[in-house]
Design a protein around this ligand. Structure first.
Ligand code: CO
Length: 134
């Protein structure tokens, strides 16, 4: 069901420092910070040949990554995103497997303007998984 690795999202306490690290120390291609107020984050995209890294920093009061950074003050891997061809079929398959989908279980529009689902980390070896229709 899952296809390519779309991105790995890393929550960072200092976006400028993390961007400089990827750009100057690791020599990666990094974009400009993008505020995504509807998702409560500011994102810097790091483009690699085979996937992307997203550096996430909280934006606003109710950021979904604020709690994660409080527990992981140095930052850390927040989620990984796999592509699926059909998010509705993926949702049905997960329901049959009794895997927990976060929220109301229905796909919503994610940070790239495409339908996404998030899966409970306790059902997936401690890793928050995002599925994106691509
Ligand atoms: Co993501």
């Amino acid at each position: 069901m899952i296809g390519r690795l779309n991105h790995v999202a890393i929550a960072v306490p200092d976006l400028a420092a993390a961007t400089a690290l990827y750009k100057d120390v690791l020599g990666a291609t990094v974009g400009a910070p993008q505020d995504q107020p509807e998702h409560g984050v500011t994102v810097v995209f790091v483009t690699l040949d085979n996937t992307k890294i997203e550096l996430l920093h909280p934006l606003g009061k109710d950021s979904p990554i604020a709690g994660f950074l409080a527990r992981n003050p140095a930052g850390g891997v927040h989620h990984i995103c796999y592509e699926v061809a059909d998010i509705t079929a993926a949702s049905a398959r997960l329901k049959r497997a009794r895997a927990r989908v976060l929220g109301d279980g229905k796909p919503r529009i994610g940070a790239h303007g495409k339908p996404v689902l998030f899966l409970h980390p306790k059902d997936f070896t401690g890793t928050l998984i995002e599925l994106e229709e691509a």
